[in-house]
Design a binder for this molecule. Sequence first.
Ligand code: DX5
Ligand code: ZN
Length: 220
Amino acid sequence: MAVQISPSILAADFARLADEAAAVPNADWLHVDVMDYHFVPNLTLGLPVVESLRKATDKPLDCHLMIAEPDRWAPQYAEAGAGSVTIHAEAARAPVRTLREIRALGARAGLALNPATAVEPFEDLLGEVDMLLLMTVEPGFGGQKFLDVVLPKVRRARELVDRHGGRVWLQVDGGVTGETIERCAEAGADVFVAGSAVFGASDPMAAVDTLRAAAERAGS
Ligand code: DX5
Ligand code: ZN
């Protein structure tokens, strides 16, 4: 299980996104939080910014859509060149169709679950997804406290994924720091989103290395 680190630009300087992307050359992905004031009580950015960012960095974009109509918009993020597009189970009306569209457009398809959403009902959908995102805070804002209550679900998700061949990546997002990342890795997560812990650090590149080392230690 290879550890991957996906720094969230939600904690970066939005006026200098290209520079911020260049500050984490050792990251595996750039996590892009799309919020629409409807699915979550916050607003961030949309397609035009993703299209510009795509040209401004070689880093693959990991687009996390916290929006009310993912079925309508998700394919366009794949068309815009996102390497991965994640939709929320709570918002999608036709998740199978939308996940298939994302894949057909050449991106990895992700399915995200809020802290209170159980993973078991989605077992039959595992063949349709490349990544499960388990939120470890309520979505909407960076800098929140990690919710330990989600860890048993991470363990159960790891068991489900392994039972189905272990191909699906297991991402955690929210409150991931040098301290909490160990618990996530130990529970079975392998892709780690971190906003404040990377872009809030004085040396974002060193922060990525530190997070990766902690996750590798705990997950092995
Ligand atoms: C929250 C977003 C996260 C956020 C994480 O809704 O989905 O990606 O940027 O920020 P931190 O790492 O600061 O909790
Ligand atoms: Zn996110």
